[in-house]
Design a protein around this ligand. Structure first.
Ligand code: VGL
Ligand code: ZN
Length: 202
């Protein structure tokens, strides 16, 4: 069961959105072109309540992109983004969703952030994605989306730890911070995650 997991290809992460990833929109045609090569396509959607803890606006006197300590861990404070039910939380309008079998929402608990599509950042709660993929008989998991250095990275890391053979589709992903991505890319290669181009997919 060759499976594609599309991470957070949502309006707020596009140029013009509230937490834009440079050239985030360029991955949409790449993702659309490769979807038919997969037996199963699943997506994640960042889906925050307005009072979410990761929003700087919910912390008096704090500014966006500031780091704070939360439950003993570092948390970046983001601009308000992907608020449940808003246009910014919707998938990019040109993204073909017709083949998708399921959408896993994350970041729904106001008290904890969730970068990975599998677990929240404290590994307290599961989204059920790993169990779903296992039940479907998934062995090879291809990942792509936004942002390459945040949610796609953390999802890939968790998928790898869950025992899936992971393929990170680089031309179907874009990073928020290129320098951070360069380091994470090395780590993923070291772990045995395959860094590939969509052209390599049969
Ligand atoms: C993301 C920051 C905050 C992402 C989500 O999808 O990469 N980044 N929430
Ligand atoms: Zn978020």
């Amino acid at each position: 069961m060759k499976t594609l997991l599309i991470i957070d290809v949502q309006n707020d992460f596009m140029p013009g959105g509230s937490l834009p990833v440079a050239e985030g929109d360029t991955i949409v045609p790449v993702i659309n072109a490769m979807q038919p090569k997969f037996d199963l396509v699943v997506a994640t959607q960042d889906w925050h309540p307005q009072d979410h803890i990761s929003f700087a606006s919910n912390h008096e006197g704090k500014s966006v992109f500031e780091e704070i300590e939360l439950h003993g861990k570092s948390q970046t404070l983001w601009p308000d983004h992907c608020v449940q039910g808003t246009k910014g939380a919707e998938f990019h309008p040109d993204l073909d969703t017709t083949q998708w079998e399921a959408i896993f929402r994350k970041g729904t608990d106001k008290a904890i952030d969730s970068y990975s599509g599998f677990y929240d950042n404290g590994y307290l709660k599961s989204t059920g994605l790993a169990g779903y993929l296992r039940e479907k008989g998934v062995s090879q998991l291809y990942l792509c989306g936004l942002a390459a250095d945040i949610c796609v990275y953390f999802s890939t890391y968790d998928a790898f730890k869950e025992g899936f053979a992971c393929f990170f589709v680089e031309d179907a992903s874009q990073a928020l911070d290129q320098e951070v991505y360069k380091e994470l890319r090395k780590e993923m290669e070291y772990l045995g995650i395959q860094m590939i181009s969509s052209k390599d997919i049969q």
